[in-house]
Write a protein that binds this ligand. Sequence first.
Ligand code: UDP
Length: 323
Amino acid sequence: MNVLVVGGAGYIGSHAALALKRHGYEPVIYDNLGAGHAVLAQGFELIVGDISDAGKLAPILGRVDAVMHFAAHAYVGESVINPRKYFQNNVLDGVTLLNAVLDSKVRKFIFSSSCAVYGVPAKVPMTEDLPRVPVNPYGVTKLIFEQALEAYGPAYGLGYMNLRYFNAAGADESGTIGEMHTPETHLIPSAFEAIRGQRPALEVFGDKYPTPDGTCVRDYIHVTDLAEAHVLALEYLAGGISQAVNLGTGHGHSVREILSAIKRVTGREVPSRMAPPRAGDPPELVADPTRAEHLLHWKAKRSLDEIVATAWKWDERMRMAKK
Ligand code: UDP
């Protein structure tokens, strides 16, 4: 089966392409390389193109059986400062891609959604039936695309899965692919930059949240676990009902706990300092992964220490490559 991995030269998309390959699928990567990197698509067919280019997509869609869509901007903070960029790419261009899919024979669509669709959850751990009230423009764009799929699904016979990621982290155990963002804003790679003196200190965004140590709590999930869930979601879509599924571990860790895990695993202290809370950050986001277990027979297998160890290995490799 051929699968078009849109945004497959990005962080999560490249891990999904690798998981598909390991399970015997034939992924084709489509990426505009705006935020993606050709090096993450090595060993795959890479077509450089934009999701807004329906003419370019049409012949490619004619030779695949399913689409996985990862091509989105994904910085909460940036979406608050520059929402136009987010609505243009994540909504308008995303719907162009979706319409191009409808105009083809493809009827299986896996969407990279986010726990950001829930906003500040009424309860934690979070189930899929919680109200979706996003608190930042990034989350709004993910919600609008989910709603497009919910309308298109029954109207046009399109099978879809809205996979709501919690915090993807870590890197493939092979050390060949991992996180490469410019600028880097995510917690674990930003902490590594602080260790290496590439930034003066890791800024801890807020310590007055209503959480045990006052810092934000997130559900960090290994990107390889996340990638494997996509393969299972595709298999589920062969006969299953289109719906949303949370992908998380069910366990939360505070920012301070992540900094301790980094010290434990790498032996290096993260230089850190307190900073004001970041706009749009809810205090606590932790998945209830029960639906994923039941529907997809999937459970996150990799621990927080494995997340940190694989991320560190990838970081070291990138540093050596730059020398
Ligand atoms: N965070 C932080 N300092 C940083 C980057 C992140 O304190 O330099 C916190 C952030 O407030 C959030 C958590 O770490 O609570 C995870 O943030 P990240 O940007 O990695 O992922 P997001 O939750 O935005 O998808």
